[in-house]
Design a binder for this molecule. Structure first.
Ligand SMILES: [Zn+2]
Length: 323
């Protein structure tokens, strides 16, 4: 896979730059070069309308920006794997180039091998809201070249740094066939100081909004520290919902970003393998709940207990520390 792309890259880049020598400077909004268009050609997640995060309910897609960071990203990957949670990593590609990028490149490969989604988050993480054509090309097309070369397949999603993109940036994404990925659950983890408060906040936001697209940063030590607890909190919440059997409060299932893709107002069809993964998670959830150290309280519909023997009442269960 990688070698095929490497060939495309190595063949097309010199050819293009050679051609450019003969032609006067390109217009500022020049069409993307063919090699980049090939590298964004992802029919599954690409070419969709902007993801806002409010497209689906009772599902939650975790996304992690700005990485990889060798000191914090491994904990995030470990937690995702422990709780069997899909995620998308939006990569700042200057982190995966050069000699200093070696460990980050290994982490990217680990993310890929584990089946996580990979998107671009620019080369150097600038604010692109008022960026000119040259900067947009450098940051968007440039990051795609690096990232697609590394992962050995096209990149279909882009998240603008700070979510900041003007009309020219949006037009560039459209030309490239890149889906812009925004979010609906802004945890502000990058500025959080208190880990317990952040943890509670993430849980509250996800529960209040019945899921959505969660924005976090795998480069932040505070996020690496609490992320396993965040997933545990979600599991606790889902086990409680499962036990309560309230049709209005179904579990909030962790899913990949596919569930938030839309073309116009139409939700994009979920690929079979993605559907299977979600179904497998749902099927496994009762088992995960049963194995939890403090099982959820019995549903209110359970029959009254048989006459109590003349023993003192059992101590009331301690309140869950996660409340
Ligand atoms: Zn960012």
């Amino acid at each position: 896979m990688i070698s095929k792309l490497a060939i495309i890259l190595s063949l097309s880049i010199p050819a293009v730059s050679f051609a450019e020598k003969k032609v006067p400077t390109k217009a500022p909004d020049a069409a993307p070069k063919d090699d980049v268009v090939a590298l964004t050609n992802d029919p599954i997640v690409g070419k969709a309308d902007r993801i806002d995060g409010d497209e689906a309910k009772n599902v939650v897609a975790f996304t992690f920006d700005d990485g990889p960071n060798p000191s914090t990203t491994p904990a995030v990957i470990d937690a995702l794997q422990k709780y069997d949670i899909p995620a998308t990593f939006f990569i700042v590609t200057q982190r995966i180039t050069g000699k200093s990028g070696e460990r980050s490149r290994e982490l990217l490969q680990r993310e890929l091998a584990a089946g996580f989604g990979i998107g671009s988050h620019s080369v150097t993480h600038p604010n692109l809201r008022a960026a000119n054509a040259r900067t947009l090309e450098k940051e968007i097309d440039g990051s795609i070249r690096t990232l697609a070369g590394q992962i050995g397949k096209p990149v279909g999603v882009f998240r603008a740094p700070y979510g900041a993109l003007g009309p020219a940036g949006r037009a560039r994404l459209k030309k490239l066939g890149l889906t812009e990925a925004f979010w609906s659950v802004d945890t502000l983890d990058w500025q959080a100081k208190n880990s317990e408060r952040l943890r509670k906040k993430v849980r509250t936001m996800i529960v209040k909004q019945d899921g959505g697209v969660v924005l976090m940063h795998d480069v932040k030590p505070i996020t690496a520290k609490i992320i396993a607890d965040v997933f545990d909190d979600l599991e606790v919440e889902n086990c409680a919902r499962l036990a309560a059997k309230d049709p209005k409060k179904e579990p909030i299932i962790p899913v990949s970003i596919h569930y938030f893709l839309k073309d116009g107002k139409t939700a994009r069809a979920i690929p079979e393998d993605v559907k299977k993964r979600t179904e497998a998670y749902k099927l496994a959830l009762p088992g995960r709940c049963a194995k939890r150290p403090s099982p959820p309280v019995a549903p209110p519909t359970s029959p009254a207990p048989t006459p109590t023997p003349p023993t003192p009442a059992p101590p009331t269960p301690a309140e869950s520390p996660r409340k």
